[in-house]
Design a protein around this ligand. Sequence first.
Ligand code: CP3
Length: 344
Amino acid sequence: MADMPVFMIDAIRVLSGQTVSPAPVWLMRQAGRYLPEYRALRAEKGSFLGLAYDPEAAAEITLQPIRRFGFDVAILFSDILIVPHAMGQDLTFTEGEGPRLKPPLEAARLEELTPARQHYAPIWETVRRVRAQLAPEKALFGFAGSPYTVATYMVAGEGSKEQAAARLMAYADPGRFEELIRAISADTLEYLSGQVAAGADALMLFDSWSGSLSVSEFERWVIAPTAWLVAELRARHPATPIIGFPRGAGSKAPAYARETQVSALALDEAADLEFVVANTPDTLPLQGNLDPMALKAGGAALEAGLARIREAMAGRPHILNLGHGIDRFTPISHVERLLELHRR
Ligand code: CP3
């Protein structure tokens, strides 16, 4: 027993298969616009991307929700679209419009882009700074978008309804779409590997749009590239847990967990917990899945939502979280209430 670690981070214990009670808790998009201290810094610095590429500001924003609420996990303040930016698309965020990537790959070819890998350096520096400032019992999660979700933005050049342009390219020119997925996967591997080298304790892969794919397309464009990324990351960083978030996967979630070999499964608010619990191994850690609107509503909806999750997750390695990002108009007092109910 002499070389057992004296001290371990709760969230990492859960991700290695242990049950911790009460479950560690954090919220997707916990660093962001519902926080007045974020809005203040954002107003001062002017732009979201300016913040993301400024390690001092990004580290501060990453730590803001930990200071205010004492969450168990800090999630790196960055964005999934840093990868297409580094691959050579021009990235802008316009207030009220969402992200724009130019040129959209619907019209342009990947080979026409000029990669700018130096974009990753400030993000890695943010990770280094956060890990140095974060209490040792708190976890720092790094993240990236999954290749399919990133491809949906690269192809359309923006957030798109039902991801139609990417799905169309995947059917009409699968060879070209495969090349794009491979290129994103290769860059994402380096980006995430750098986050681990800089001090990230675990990684999360956001596949926000995986829910729009048919079963066979899901196998090819979600499961296969994720399995590749997980295997490559694990070969380089065997001790670093990887959480997969196949949002909207529904009944495909157990196959996703089994075939990708992710360390843990993050569940959206529509996921059927009883189904997932019954159809995945007891040792597979689960993260989620409170409805962000139940948190925004507060009161009885929040209490009932939390109680339902805690009951379904009893005895299971679990990290409490939302099923998707926190809504920007969520009252701070509802977040405080959630933590009070969960930790009492
Ligand atoms: O707190 C955290 O969770 C960490 C930071 C984080 C951001 N984006 C910051 C951000 C994370 C993990 C993301 C992931 C992300 N980004 C996803 C996957 C998760 C999901 O929500 O499905 C996606 C699809 C994106 C792409 C993206 N980034 C969009 C569509 C937008 C515009 C819409 C919006 O909410 O404004 C962003 C901008 C963005 N990313 C903001 C933040 C805090 C808002 C920027 C601002 O105006 O201040």
